[in-house]
Design a protein around this ligand. Structure first.
Ligand code: FES
Length: 131
């Protein structure tokens, strides 16, 4: 089963559907992973409170970029309020394999970017240290 998830992760890493930028995005936000310095930026186009389009850019490892791609697939079409309420478990469900604490930071980087962007605040604490 792990192999199945590993292949999905690799596929999202090699062929992301949501990589890019959105000129004139409603929300643009970026954060880094303090452990490695990798940064991910997310652009969201929001209309009537719904995420109509969303793209990510930046650099990171396979886990961080694959989880960004999977997360963005997940939030497209959701309301900003639904995005605000996504939690760590949502990412773990997408990833599907056990992660070490360091890898968990990688996997959660895009969630941090998306949630801070959706809240429009400059800090993110929820769940971050609940490992
Ligand atoms: Fe930098 Fe994973 S090693 S985000």
């Amino acid at each position: 089963m792990d192999d199945f998830y590993r292949e999905i992760i690799l596929e999202h890493y090699k062929h992301p559907d949501h990589r890019g930028q959105i000129p004139g995005a409603s929300i643009s936000h970026e954060e880094d992973n303090p452990l490695c310095g990798d940064r991910i930026r997310v652009d969201m186009l929001v209309k009537d409170g719904v995420v109509e389009d969303v793209k990510f850019s930046g650099q990171g490892c396979a886990i961080s970029l694959a989880s960004a791609d999977m997360l963005l697939e997940e939030i497209k079409g959701k309301t900003l309020d639904e995005v605000r309420h996504l939690d760590k478990q949502a990412i773990l469900d997408l990833i599907g394999i056990p992660l070490t604490p360091a890898r968990l930071k990688c996997a959660l980087l895009s969630l941090k970017v998306v949630k801070v962007g959706a809240y429009g605040i400059a800090e993110w604490q929820e769940d971050e240290d609940a490992e």
